[in-house]
Design a protein around this ligand. Structure first.
Ligand code: UTP
Length: 292
């Protein structure tokens, strides 16, 4: 069997971001910054850290600031150069050199599965990663890199997963699975249930916003009927994939934040600010002096 590599990553970023209104009325959720970088940049950097060279961002109406963010900004660069602000110039330019980034539009926000389907032509017939940019995973080794290493062994679809507490499972896709006997981080999946009632959940293993998918997913996405919320669900297509191919869950090492949600966004902001090389020490100092 030819060993396939994950070279491409899809970052769906065409949703409405309703949980963050009014901030997301005219600003893409994916451009909200955690300290000094927008969410979408964390996603791109993680894909690059995992070895991806081609990134496909799925955008929609009103989302062009993402394209500007990763593009050159000649006036800004000239101004920074003229003022001798070399470090800021380096930061502004480095964003443009992260990877080869392409954009594809999702004309209507018809769901995550539909957003991924928009990338079909640009992916072609090879395995690829999906990163949901509002799931931020902080850790020593990038979450997607850990998953790519597992893919190199299994050559099968892999879903990022974590154990969630109690009723929270009803907010996620849920895995019916047993641990793999050789690699305990891998979960051998027999079924998927989207947002189960807590009493119906087959396990506490939730799917999080990291996937490595085989290209067969596209033909299955084309057949999926709108499911929960009238949206084309990626989980439904992965469930159909189970009839043809092996699908694994993967317990990554790292701390995840749901930065598409106000509370998760604030938690990520505080944790990342404390670790930030410029503002970290002063911010930690300030926090310690507060009496909440
Ligand atoms: P979310 O459900 O977290 O994003 O989708 P949302 O729909 O924008 O947010 P809320 O729930 O209304 O607050 C996860 C990712 O999938 C993208 C989103 O942009 C987000 O990055 N997405 C979702 C699409 O690209 N298209 C869609 O139709 C739906």
């Amino acid at each position: 069997m030819i060993q396939q590599k994950v070279r491409k990553a899809v970052i769906p970023a065409a949703g409405f971001g309703t949980r963050f209104l009014p901030a997301t009325k005219a600003t893409p959720k994916e451009m909200l910054p955690l300290v000094d970088k927008p969410l979408i940049q964390y996603g791109v950097e993680e894909a690059v850290a995992a070895g991806c060279t081609d990134i496909i961002i799925v955008t929609g109406r009103g989302k062009t600031t993402m394209e500007d963010h990763f593009d050159r900004a000649p006036e800004l660069e000239a101004a920074l150069r003229a003022r001798g602000k070399t470090e800021l110039l380096r930061i502004a330019c480095s964003v443009t050199k992260l990877a080869r980034i392409s954009y594809v539009r999702q004309p209507e926000a018809l769901g995550l599965g539909h957003a991924v389907l928009m990338a079909k032509e640009l992916i072609g017939n090879e395995p690829f990663a999906v990163i949901l940019p509002d799931d931020i995973v902080d850790g020593e080794v990038a979450c997607l890199k850990q998953m790519v290493e597992a893919f190199d062994e299994t050559q099968s679809t892999i879903l990022g997963s974590e154990v969630v507490e109690g009723d929270a499972i009803s907010l996620y896709g849920c895995l019916d699975c047993v641990p793999d006997p050789i690699n305990p981080r891998l979960l051998d999946i027999s079924n998927l249930v989207e947002k189960p009632k807590p009493q119906d959940a087959p396990s506490q293993n939730a799917i999080i916003g990291r996937y490595i998918l085989t290209p067969r997913i596209f033909e299955l996405l084309e057949q999926v009927q709108p499911g929960s919320g009238g949206e084309i669900q990626l989980t439904d297509a992965i469930k159909a994939l189970l009839q043809f191919e092996k699908v694994y869950g993967f317990h990554y090492v790292g701390k995840r934040y749901d930065a598409g949600d106000k509370l998760g966004f604030l938690q990520a902001t505080v944790d990342l600010a404390i670790k930030h090389k410029d503002v970290g020490p002063a911010f930690r100092d300030w926090l310690q002096k507060q009496s909440f």
